[in-house]
Design a protein around this ligand. Structure first.
Ligand SMILES: Cc1ncc(C[n+]2csc(CCOP(=O)(O)OP(=O)(O)O)c2C)c(N)n1
Ligand code: SF4
Length: 257
């Protein structure tokens, strides 16, 4: 059968909320996938006109360039504080931060913890790649025990550097938190689950239920010194066992983990 142009149906395209610009991430990086999932959720829920993003400092520092709605740039670690100010002054807006693990769990640990504890009506997209990607692959609070980085050449030693911080586990008992899930973007099946989690987090914010955070285990092939195809396996083999995937808190569900 011969197909005519009119027979062809578009089944995949750029979400409206993403700008028509190439991103600057390394091949195989998970940040771009996280952006796409946010854009898809915002479009699906019809939130684009009310959406305001807060970019942090790290490889995603140019996040504002990749979305087609308003964006603010926060200083390193301060994105939840900036998001709090925006949301409180514009309660009808939908506000989210996009933060790496160095940004969120190290210099920004206090902002993350207290905005969650206050139940700020914001959504945090937390991209955990277990390393400081932008600055050259230094050890982050989330770096795994034994993992080699440019500042832990022999592997992270917990006697010296402590243990990797599990953010979802840390936040799950705070009353202000409405939704917490850890997902990954290293396989198609994980991306599908991640898309649902991101959408749920935005729904929870739109319904005014409290603070929501989605932790996305993400590949950093460059920082890890691995090929993109090996980096996706590394997530399953090394990150998922220490950072289990799943819902940690969901005030809309009867049972919590
Ligand atoms: C106050 C301050 N301290 C340190 C830095 C340097 N710095 C820039 S990005 C970054 C870490 C980024 O790592 P992460 O948040 O994990 O994001 P990634 O690049 O891995 O996505 C650091 C320490 C800075 N910009 N400002
Ligand atoms: S260094 Fe890592 S986090 Fe940064 S863009 Fe490259 S792959 Fe992504």
């Amino acid at each position: 059968m011969r197909l005519e142009v009119d027979d062809l149906k578009k089944v995949f395209g750029r979400p409206e909320s993403l700008s028509d610009k190439p991103n600057m991430y390394c091949p195989g990086c998970g940040h771009g996938l996280a952006h796409r999932l946010v854009a898809e959720a915002v479009d699906a829920l019809g939130l684009k006109d009310r959406c305001i993003g807060v970019a942090s400092v790290g490889c995603s520092v140019f996040a504002d360039d990749y979305f087609d709605f308003d964006f603010v740039q926060a200083a390193h670690g301060r994105a939840p504080a900036v998001a709090t100010g925006i949301k409180r002054s514009k309660p009808d807006s939908i506000v989210f931060t996009h933060q790496g693990d160095g940004d969120l769990a190290s210099i920004g640990a206090a902002e993350m913890l207290h905005s969650a504890n206050r139940g700020e009506m914001i959504t945090v997209i937390f991209v955990n790649n277990a390393i400081y990607g932008m600055t050259g692959g230094q050890m982050a609070p989330t770096t795994l025990v034994g993992m080699k980085t440019s500042t832990s050449k022999l592997g992270r030693d917990p006697k010296v550097a402590g243990y990797p911080v599990r953010v979802c586990e840390l936040l799950k008992d705070l009353e202000g938190v409405a939704y917490l899930e850890r997902v990954a973007v290293n396989t198609p099946a994980h991306v599908i689950k991640a898309a649902k989690a991101v959408r749920k987090a935005f729904e929870v914010q739109d319904e005014g239920l409290g603070f929501s955070l989605v932790e996305i285990l993400s590949q950093c092939p460059t920082g890890w010194g691995r090929l993109p195809k090996d980096a996706v396996d590394w997530v399953d083999d090394n990150m998922v066992p220490y950072y289990p995937l799943g819902v940690f808190r969901d005030v809309t569900a009867k049972e919590q983990k």
